[in-house]
Design a protein around this ligand. Structure first.
Ligand code: ADP
Ligand code: GN1
Ligand code: MG
Length: 365
């Protein structure tokens, strides 16, 4: 349990019956704080997920929660006829005073979800079926949100996937060098500059704005413990207007390599072609009927771009003295940057083969 936050008192601010029975930290996210909390109801333990929203990163937590409320209500209505529907969409628990968030005495914003039981999220992919299931679930998520009624969702982080602006932020971090680390990251800075020209490709490709998840990390989809099916997309803080390809690209980044994002043995980091193929097939199975030709033509490129973008984001944070991502060692962000750039290299080596796969899928005869 957190030393900084009174988790039990906070948990009791939500409309949950029974007695608070305990809490443990949960998950491996880099931004928010998540806890699994248990209440005893009629003698039985019932679990929930309590999260503190990082309001130094998400500057407008209420707008963010409005987005999540609209999105989860819309999705819940879409799956209302399906069996097991409560496990297919996140369910927000209202706070005792009404809204679906609670603000504590220190100004922290909290929210509570029902716990999706008999399902799991994985930090690294182990099988092609998992990759297929994750991509199918994220594609379905996008598809169900095509019809979200107006108004436009709030932007929870401005220019989140504007890669050219991410590059400018890197240049500023190098110039300021506040932590004196630029000298330690020379090879990585060179890789970044060698790829500058790819940063504006998607922005200039005239792609349609959609409602996208924007953080389609492999561990942001829950897989059913028994069937392995991708049942529920989670971590909705960055659901906002974006490009479908940012989501697909981030799947390639996080669900093709068998290694963890901060693996230090770079020989383990590789883009497994079989996983890429499973991602394409899973994503097209659910998103294939609404994607435009231009979107389909950039699927391969999106994996390269999002891997590069994440690499420069980690590098920027390393140079800025670890101001953004949670770290547990001095060079953590540099290690993370290195896995991204190793994966980028692996993608580049296989790009032609990936393109050939796409051609065979688009023109099977
Ligand atoms: P973060 O922003 O820290 O990544 P997430 O919302 O992704 O936060 O949650 C962290 C982890 O907690 C997830 O990877 C998943 O394992 C678990 N989790 C989140 N929401 C639920 C839920 N409603 N039911 C069960 N597990 C959940
Ligand atoms: C952060 O919250 P989490 O750990 O799922 C980040 C993503 C990055 C990811 C890299 C709001 O996601 O954009 O891709 O780390 N989220 C935010 O692991 O910046
Ligand atoms: Mg997450």
């Amino acid at each position: 349990m957190s030393k900084e936050h009174d988790v039990s008192a906070t948990a009791c601010q939500f409309q949950i019956s029974g007695e608070f029975a305990g809490a443990t930290t949960h998950g491996s996210g880099h931004i928010n704080d998540s806890y699994c909390v248990t209440f005893r109801q009629a003698g039985m333990p019932v679990r929930y997920i309590l999260q503190r929203i990082n309001h130094s990163i998400f500057k407008n937590p209420i707008a963010l929660m409005e987005n999540i409320q609209r999105v989860t209500s819309h999705l819940a209505a879409k799956v209302s006829g399906e069996p097991d529907r409560s496990r297919l969409v996140l369910t927000l628990i209202p706070a005792c005073d009404g809204p679906v968030w609670h603000v504590d005495a220190d100004g922290n914003y909290w929210r509570m979800y029902s716990f999706i039981e008999n399902a799991h999220a994985l930090d690294a992919v182990e099988s092609t079926d998992q990759a297929f299931q994750a991509a199918k679930a994220f594609g379905r998520f996008q598809k169900l949100l095509v019809e979200l009624p107006a108004p436009r969702l709030h932007n929870t982080i401005k220019d989140f996937h504007h890669t050219p602006k991410r590059f400018v932020a890197l240049e500023q971090a190098i110039a300021s060098d506040v932590a004196g680390r630029a000298i330690l990251a020379r090879p990585e800075i060179e890789v970044a500059f060698a790829h500058r020209s790819i940063t504006s490709v998607l922005i200039n490709a005239n792609l349609p704005e959609r409602i996208t998840h924007n953080d389609t990390k492999f561990n942001n989809v829950m897989l059913d413990d028994v069937t392995g099916e991708g049942i529920c997309v989670i971590d909705l803080d960055t659901v906002m207007p974006g490009l479908a390809l940012h989501d697909f690209g981030d799947m390639v980044r996080t669900a093709t390599s068998p290694a963890q994002e901060d693996e230090q043995d770079l020989s383990k980091v590789t883009m497994q072609f079989s996983m890429f193929e499973a991602l394409v097939r899973g994503y097209l199975a659910s998103a294939g009927d609404f994607l435009t030709k231009a979107e389909r033509q950039h699927l391969v490129f999106s994996g390269k771009l999002m891997t590069f973008e994440q690499g420069i984001r980690f590098l920027t944070d390393y140079l800025e003295g670890d101001a953004y991502y949670k770290v547990s060692r001095g060079e953590h962000n540099l290690h993370r940057c290195r896995t991204q750039f190793k994966l980028l290299e692996s993608i580049e080596r296989q790009e032609e083969r990936m393109d050939r796969l796409m051609q065979s899928i688009e023109q099977p005869y």
